[in-house]
Design a protein around this ligand. Structure first.
Ligand code: LHQ
Length: 264
């Protein structure tokens, strides 16, 4: 019997689309899917010709978090901390550390870790019919995969705490209005718009975007003074790239810049 891979990898011109592919389980994660996604993200990181990543889901859902049927097969009490340490935490760190923009196209329900994986991405767009659910409380768990980090920073403590404690769904439009995601898009336009976004990012100054990402990643834990120092250092590096020179030249010559994305 042929088994479909749990992650579909579609290489495009300058970017790659990664699709969570367990649609009968709303793309809930099992060990195999974690391993394949880690492999695909590492391949994107080391491939110089890949300048943006798109993450989405197959079928009607984006991701329902951990595959709970996997957990039921276990004999005794499971060590969920060990599961996080081995799989979800490295995934969130991989996405944040990737020196390329990660676009997330949330095509349907995003629940539990599935929602928080989306929030770890750089630009999140969602189908108007999509919902985000901090489902953890419904099974006695704590939001993980960065949920307690991203949520209060994106939407404030009051909304974050309430979502975590009630596990109520938030629709895509509400999520956009709250600043949880970039925008809600009509369902039938989602993939085309997300593809266009990734294709656009693939033509942009990739190293500059990596430095922007570094600055925002550090911002949450820094004082203004530390962040000003960091901006100085990152700008120094950005100013040494050929894309900066090209950007200024193109501006002066009133033409579209041709960025290489390289770090020198
Ligand atoms: C699923 C799942 C699922 C298996 C839908 N597993 N089959 C990290 C560390 C270690 C362990 C613990 O977890 C974590 C992080 C986490 O992510 S914890 C949170 C885990 N996720 C959830 O609690 C969400 C569970 N799912 C749901 O509440 C619903 O399915 C949602 C609200 C996502 C969607 O509801 P519906 O649209 O009504 O779809 P459905 O419930 O009918 O699901 C469709 C199928 O997918 C169904 O299978 P079936 O054979 O009946 O068609 C579900 O059993 C299956 N499925 N989520 N997480």
């Amino acid at each position: 019997m042929r088994v479909d891979p749990s992650i579909l990898v579609d290489r495009r011109e300058g970017w790659v689309a990664l699709t969570l592919n367990r649609p009968d389980r709303l793309n809930a994660f099992n060990t195999d899917m974690h391993a394949r996604l880690a492999e695909a993200l590492d391949a994107a990181a080391s491939d110089e010709s890949c300048r943006a990543v798109l993450l989405t889901g197959a079928g009607r859902g984006f991701c329902a978090g951990q595959d709970l049927s996997d957990r039921m097969q276990s004999d005794g009490p499971v060590d969920l901390g060990a599961t996080l340490e081995a799989t979800y935490n490295p995934l969130i760190r991989r996405i944040r550390a990737l020196r390329k923009p990660v676009v997330c196209a949330v095509n349907g329900v995003a629940a539990g870790a599935g929602a928080n994986i989306a929030f770890a991405c750089d630009i999140v767009v969602a189908a108007r019919s999509a919902r985000f659910i901090q489902a953890f409380v419904k099974i006695g768990l704590v939001p993980d995969s960065g949920g307690t980090f991203f949520l209060p920073r994106l939407i404030g403590d009051a909304r974050a705490r309430t979502l975590a404690m009630l596990g109520e769904p938030v629709g895509a439009e509400q999520a956009a209005a709250w600043g949880l995601i970039w925008k809600a898009i009509d369902d039938d336009r989602l993939r085309a718009e997300a593809d266009a976004l990734a294709a656009h990012l693939a033509t942009q100054p990739t190293e500059g975007i990596a430095l922007i990402k570094e600055a925002f990643n550090a911002s949450a834990g820094n004082t203004l003074d530390t962040q000003l120092d960091l901006e100085r250092d990152l700008q120094q590096r950005a100013g040494r790239t050929s894309d900066y020179a090209e950007g200024v030249r193109a501006f002066m010559e009133k033409r579209v810049p041709r960025f290489t994305g390289r770090s020198s």
